[in-house]
Design a protein around this ligand. Structure first.
Ligand code: KIV
Length: 271
């Protein structure tokens, strides 16, 4: 009888254990089936279906335009490609800020229509009621503090956040509030490493950084940035593991050349 291989799925509990055991958590964004399948098979712990899809998939300047329906499309594609990792989906701008009922209804749609495991939303005290209500409904929630791109027009720039004491104090308070509300983790985006270290040590739940230094419990990067598909976006915190932009351009240019010169297809490549 064929033996079915047991896959040890990553859960929010696994992430908590990883923090407690000092094992760093790896997280990457994905927006479609094929990349999600590659990342899952490579052994990534968490896939974030980020609202950065608005930038890297749809070409918008900000994350604001992406809709709940579009996030659901991306997330359901990602889910079909994964077997092992935890999949977290961003609640997009305008799908949770009005009130906690709206947040809950949006979350229900994500959970029912995608099969994802958790949601992420931006903000601290301002969204606390929504966070509590979603968790009370049985859905794991990840917080997101520091640079919160859905508030870009309030900030005015994408520069490092919480350098001033007042903003750093609020961030520390918000992290505690999110932990107390029952969040299973928090993303800290683009804040000083010393502040991220303090927050990471002050909460029991895992803290995942992006541009927040090495002391966080894990790291997250946007796939298009770390694979070098983007060439324009080169912040200091980004490590590029590939230069896919160059490789894809060369490959497509070779293909064009082969088609134009009638070198493709060959006898062996036809029926
Ligand atoms: O949408 C996204 O990709 C994110 C990450 C930058 C954390 O929220």
């Amino acid at each position: 009888m064929p033996v079915k291989k047991e896959i040890k799925k990553i859960t929010t509990h696994t992430l908590q254990m990883m923090k407690e055991n000092g094992e760093k958590i790896s997280m990457i964004t994905a927006y479609d089936f094929s990349f999600a399948r590659l990342f899952d098979a490579a052994g990534i712990d968490v896939i974030l279906v980020g609202d950065s899809a608005s930038n890297v998939m749809a070409g918008h300047e900000t994350t604001l335009p992406i809709t709940l329906d579009q996030m659901i499309y991306h997330a359901s594609s990602v889910i079909r490609g994964t077997h092992r990792c935890l999949v977290v989906v961003d609640l997009p701008f305008g799908s949770y800020q009005s009130n906690s009922k709206e947040a809950l209804v949006s979350t229900f749609r994500i959970m029912k229509e995608t099969g994802a495991h958790a949601v992420k939303l931006e903000g601290g005290e301002e969204v606390l009621e929504s966070v509590k209500r979603i968790i009370a409904a049985g859905v794991p929630v990840m917080g997101h503090l520091g640079l919160t791109p859905q508030s870009i027009y309030k900030f005015g720039t994408y520069t490092v956040r919480a350098k001033e004491e007042a903003e750093a104090d609020k961030l520390k308070r918000d992290a505690k509030l999110l932990e107390e509300a029952g969040c299973f983790g928090i993303v800290l985006e683009k804040i000083p490493a010393t502040l991220a270290k303090e927050v990471t040590n002050s909460v029991r739940i895992p803290v995942i950084g992006i541009g927040a230094g090495k002391h966080c419990d894990g790291q997250v990067l946007v796939m298009h940035d770390m694979l070098g598909i983007n060439t324009e976006f080169k912040p200091r915190f980004l490590r590029q593991y590939l230069k896919l932009h160059e490789q894809i351009t060369k490959a497509v240019q070779s293909y064009i050349k082969d088609v134009k010169s009638k070198n493709f297809p060959s006898e062996q490549e036809q029926y």
